[in-house]
Design a binder for this molecule. Structure first.
Ligand code: CAA
Length: 384
């Protein structure tokens, strides 16, 4: 029995802000962003968008294609949760019109938790092959204005259907895992922006990669040279380069896997969307699927990282014919359709994001699903 990703689809915020604009106002060379961290733009959410509306936009094409037969679990991974108690997937459940006989839950561990969600989903399908699990990764990445993380904000969602006999990726059973209680990046309950010890977070990311890789190998994981590509969590795309260099140094010092050109197809979306936390590594994967050559039957590696910190390395094999499952044009059109905003509007929106109490949002996105506002502390979503 093979289990893995049967379908995958993504969405992003409907606004875009160019890092050239940020650099110009900061009076610094844009090369720091374009080449130094590997980012050109960041997606931002409009007033009536959030993690739920992006998740609905990502998941709707999957439900449309496969229906709800056998779908009994939805796991929503996020670190930008909108309620401390109610799972974001409860809102999504209604917006997608899913049947009552579905369990829904939200999971959290910084940018890592979508990978945990996939592992939980694999377990469910291994026990009941007639069941399918919808895994959602959706986040709005926000840092303080004028902070080191400001250029690495972003917004995006990826939805994945996990099933037996998958049409896209068969996930292999070996995983390498690593956990350490550190303070590299966190978001206390009273803040809507993350706190980060930037340089330290880069160091922990790489330690975690090395730890997870060593555990992967200790549990019988494949040789580094057998991976056609590796998809990394990309807080900024240059981080994938640092990861590949570290892994190649410890795992394949004389091999060709040090060739960082092999990362090129995995960074296309994230360099334009910015950090999307839980969704980032799966956007890297989708970017490879959409923009890379046909890698049917090739092994792909995944390094998932969540600050705090947890890392996991695992592999999967691309199913021949997977290219026919993709919706490449849809995401590319969505990226092209984002409305560009300038520096003043960007800053104004950043400050306005933190409003509290009851409010109505402006009808900015004109999509099928929108966040309408807050009434008596309840978030309101409309499907039209
Ligand atoms: N042209 C080309 N390159 C330039 C340049 C120029 N004009 N100016 C600077 N650079 C290069 C620098 O040499 C540097 O390259 P190296 O990393 O190879 O040394 C790179 O641009 C970045 O420059 P700095 O290190 O000076 O940048 P910084 O310290 O201001 O910010 C950062 C870097 C600390 C990572 C910051 O972006 C940050 O705080 N980001 C948020 C935290 C983060 O993303 N951490 C990643 C690991 S944690 C994680 O993965 C979880 C998560 O999602 C948050």
């Amino acid at each position: 029995m093979t289990i893995g990703i049967h379908d995958i689809s993504a969405a992003t915020g409907s606004l875009v802000f160019a890092l050239a604009d940020l650099a110009e106002h900061e009076g610094i060379d844009v090369g720091k962003y374009h080449r130094g961290i590997g980012q050109t733009e960041m997606s931002l959410t409009a007033e009536d968008e959030d993690i739920v509306t992006m998740a609905a936009r990502a998941a709707a094409p999957i439900i449309e294609r496969h229906g709800t037969e056998g779908l009994r679990t939805v796991i929503f991974a996020t670190e930008s949760g909108i309620d401390q108690s109610k799972a974001a997937s409860v809102f999504l459940h209604r917006l997608l019109g899913l049947p009552r006989a579905v369990r829904v839950v939200e999971v959290k561990e910084a940018c890592y938790s979508a990978t945990a969600a996939i592992q939980f989903a694999l377990g469910i399908v291994a026990r009941r092959a007639d069941e399918r699990v919808l895994v959602i990764a959706s986040d709005v990445a926000r840092y303080e204005l004028n902070s080191s993380g400001e250029a690495t904000q972003g917004a995006g969602a990826v939805a994945m259907l996990i099933s037996e006999n998958p049409a896209v990726l068969e996930i292999e059973p070996v995983s390498g895992v690593w956990t350490d209680d550190v303070w590299d990046f966190w978001r206390p309950n009273d803040r809507s922006t993350a706190l980060v010890d930037g340089r330290y977070s880069v160091q922990v990311y790489l330690e975690s990669l090395e730890g997870a890789w060593n555990d992967y190998r200790a549990h019988g994981g494949a040789d580094f040279s057998s991976f056609a590509r590796v998809c990394y969590h990309q807080p900024f795309t240059r981080m994938a380069v640092k990861g590949q260099q570290r892994l190649a140094r410890i795992a394949d010092p004389d091999g060709e896997s040090t060739d960082i050109d092999r990362l090129a197809d995995t960074v296309e979306y994230n360099s334009r969307i910015g950090n999307s936390y839980t969704a980032s590594i799966y956007l890297a994967f989708l970017s490879l699927l959409d923009n890379g050559p046909d890698l049917s039957a090739e092994r792909i590696g995944f390094f998932s990282y969540g600050s705090g910190a947890v890392g996991e390395f695992f592999g999967g094999v691309l199913v021949p014919g997977y290219k026919s499952q993709l919706r490449t044009e849809e995401l590319q059109n969505m990226l092209a359709a984002r409305r560009p905003i300038g520096y003043d509007e960007y800053r104004h929106r950043h400050i306005a994001y933190d409003r509290v109490g009851d409010f109505e949002t402006a009808d900015e996105t004109h999509g099928d699903v929108r966040f309408a506002g807050v009434e008596q502390h309840k978030r309101l979503y409309e499907a039209r």
